[in-house]
Design a protein around this ligand. Sequence first.
Ligand code: BEZ
Length: 216
Amino acid sequence: MVVIGEKFPEVEVKTTDGVVKLPDYFVEKGKWFVLFSHPADFTPVCTTEFYGMQKRVEEFRKLGAEPIGLSIDQVFSHLKWIEWIKENLGVEITFPVIADDRGTLAEKLGMIPSTSTQTARAVFVVDNKGIIRAIVYYPAEVGRDWDEILRLVKALKINTEKKVALPHKWPNNELIGDGVILPPAGTTEQIKKREEQKVKGEIECYDWWFCYKKLE
Ligand code: BEZ
């Protein structure tokens, strides 16, 4: 089992684009990646997810993040399913899909629930240094919302670049709108600094431990 903050394990995987080494395949190109597992090819919820992901793939790429799928199926099955999606739903899948036919990577990443032999709907967001930044886990019965995963990637990139935190439903938060949250003050010196920033109008605060500002 792996956790947030750890390096993504170094593995060689079979994909619909050929054999690749993770995380280097993306890290060497300076990319983040969004590895998502699905229970099985040729199943309805998974088909809606693949369709939805392809519709948003350019939005992920604009953020410098590449989607990559995974299930415990053979590469021939992935290829045939992708062909079916193109012929029947009119959408060409342009992201690679890992054929983890022995379940080796799925096991390593903790993607297989104890009650199943198939992968759950797990999402691993990995940054351009190969560090696991987020793990999301959904059951087989409920399809994921890729718009929320896009929001997650955007938020993580802002956190990395600006060292701020992002609130509930950012950028449409009920309390602070599209504001971003400053790390809580941890010393009396920092509390004083927050007060000064507030007086200068640089930040707004509900209290010294809850300050926010516009994204610069
Ligand atoms: C589906 O993708 O439709 C599905 C897969 C496994 C269990 C339940 C639903």
